[in-house]
Design a protein around this ligand. Structure first.
Ligand SMILES: *Cc1c(COP(=O)(O)O)cnc(C)c1O
Length: 504
């Protein structure tokens, strides 16, 4: 393909993508949220071996419509309410085109200064927009996902604890290996699986501390303290806590200020905040108190280089409800040396060279060497929307959540299971004219959800909180309007009636 052919094919691609979005927004035939296909349908249509002869690009381009769309789950559909949203705005789609056009692996400053410097500026914009304290907002980096961020944070936390424990006066430990073998990391029963994953990858046991319905499933200081006492009495070393602002199941916010207070008596504990979904809502000043921003920002104690009893790192995904197309996970760390000291592989003899340490080399802030140029998406989105437009988008998502919640509350056959968190509504069927025990209610809701899952016009996901099987509804697409919410409620209600009819 030469430049002129690129021009033609590029225009055609944009036309086709625009038409795709028009169809999505209007819904209709072939553009239900989930594809009507059987597993293997696409795979079986793809030739088993790669083509030997070249194919004209106009032909290749048709594969998107012909092969890909019929097998696509449309996350950008206005009636997608499953998992969490993953907004793609046109601004970020176009930014991605430009970024890909320059295609640089961007691992250090000199290999593409634009990528590094824009990433510094954009993470700072995001941090400020969310109200993060300057010690966090000026130390930002874009990771691929929140899961990568949690692994990185755990690596930093491990090194920090080992260094502290080896250096401590009268320390009972002599070697890194000895300490490593006793480490244990914490989250709660509501922590995303990224906690357990980080533990698996790093060979560190992950303990999910119990949470309770009376705290709305938030992790409390008392539960953390109890876990620390139990584990220390077994000779283990608790060294890290992943605390969540906006859990995946119910949008719960941990009692972060209590957790930080507990960590004031345990200097070896590092606190990472996973706010993958809810973090962007900190852009709304009226939500900050509920989401615990003051605890995120509050500084703790200091002992030499070591700070403790405070949040060390914080992560939120702009690729969820933050208008930036996948992927773009922002990660902030107060002391970036905690990362660079472990992850900088520059040989010592090069560290003394002129220029070393003068610029940020993001390869030392994450897992991979090569990195995508993702900050351009933030620039295009935040300049186009402004903080006001970003806030309006978030407010609209909350409004849509409230609308759905009202329908659920008004219907005597349903109940809200946990308090609505921002746009997330967690509910279940609970027929008014029958007394079913918890087990029977769980059975009923599993069947109801299976039925709901079979239809393709809306998509929702289920979860289990404590012992309760429930259904999550999370609006967040910029295209979702009140009429979509009403239509979704009708589907939910009709499907429920069908399920209830089988109870006779
Ligand atoms: C979505 C989500 C994650 C996972 O995010 P990835 O970026 O896909 O790793 C982790 N934690 C919470 C609270 C989430 O909502």
């Amino acid at each position: 393909m030469d430049v002129n052919e690129f021009r033609r094919a590029g225009h055609a691609a944009v036309e086709e993508i625009a038409a795709y979005y028009e169809k999505l927004q209007l819904g209709g035939e072939g553009f239900q949220v989930t594809p009507s296909m059987k597993p293997g349908d696409l795979f079986n249509k793809i030739p088993e071996t790669p083509p030997n002869e070249p194919t004209p690009f106009e032909e290749v381009q048709k594969d998107f419509d012909k092969l890909i769309l019929p097998a696509t789950c449309h996350w950008q559909h206005p009636s997608f309410y499953a998992y969490f949203p993953s907004n793609a705005t046109f601004e970020s789609i176009i930014a991605d085109m430009y970024a890909t056009a320059t295609s640089t692996p961007g691992f250090n400053h000199s290999c593409n200064p634009a990528a590094t410097e824009l990433e510094q500026a954009m993470t700072s914009w995001v941090g400020q927009m969310l109200g993060l304290d300057a010690s966090l907002s000026k130390n930002g980096v874009i990771q691929t996902t929140a899961s990568d961020g949690a692994i990185i944070a755990t690596v930093a936390a491990r090194e920090r604890a080992i260094k502290y424990l080896l250096g401590k006066k009268d320390s009972p430990y002599k070697t890194r290996e000895e300490i490593h073998s006793k480490l244990v990391m914490y989250g709660s029963t509501q922590t995303h699986s990224l906690g357990a994953k980080a533990g698996l990858v790093l060979s560190i046991p992950f303990r999910a501390i119990e949470t309770y319905a009376e705290d709305d499933w938030a992790l409390t200081g008392a539960s953390l303290e109890k876990a620390i006492q139990e584990d220390q009495s077994k000779g283990l070393i608790p060294f890290m806590l992943i605390s969540t602002i906006g859990t995946t199941s119910s949008g719960t916010v941990d009692k972060l200020s209590e957790l930080c207070d507990v960590a004031k008596s345990h200097p070896e504990i590092y606190i990472h905040v996973d706010a993958a979904w809810a973090g962007v809502y900190l852009a709304l000043p009226e939500e900050r108190e509920k989401l615990g921003l003051s605890a995120v920002n509050k500084r703790g104690e200091q002992d030499g280089d070591l700070t403790y009893g405070e949040v060390h790192s914080f992560c939120t995904n702009l690729h969820k409800n933050g208008l930036v197309a996948f992927d773009c996970s922002t990660f902030f760390i107060r002391d970036s040396k905690l990362l660079t000291e472990v992850l900088d592989l520059t040989p010592p003899f090069l560290r003394n060279q002129a220029g070393y340490g003068q610029v940020t080399d993001y390869r030392n802030w994450g897992l991979s060497l090569g990195r995508r140029f993702r900050s351009l998406k933030i620039l295009f989105v935040l300049r186009s929307y402004g903080i006001q437009g970003f806030q309006a988008h978030l407010l609209r998502s909350i409004e849509m959540g409230k609308l759905f919640e009202e329908h659920v509350k008004e219907d005597k056959d349903f109940e809200i299971v946990t308090p609505r968190s921002l746009a997330l509504v967690v509910f279940r069927l609970k027929p008014a004219n029958r007394s079913l025990d918890e087990e029977a209610l769980n059975d009923l809701n599993k069947k109801f959800y299976a039925r709901l899952h079979k239809q393709t016009s809306i998509q929702l996901t289920s979860t289990i909180i404590g012992k309760t099987f429930c259904i999550r509804f999370v609006p967040g697409s910029p295209w979702t309007k009140a009429e979509h919410i009403l239509a979704a409620w009708r589907v939910v209600r009709e499907t429920a009636q069908e399920e209830l009819a089988t109870l006779q």
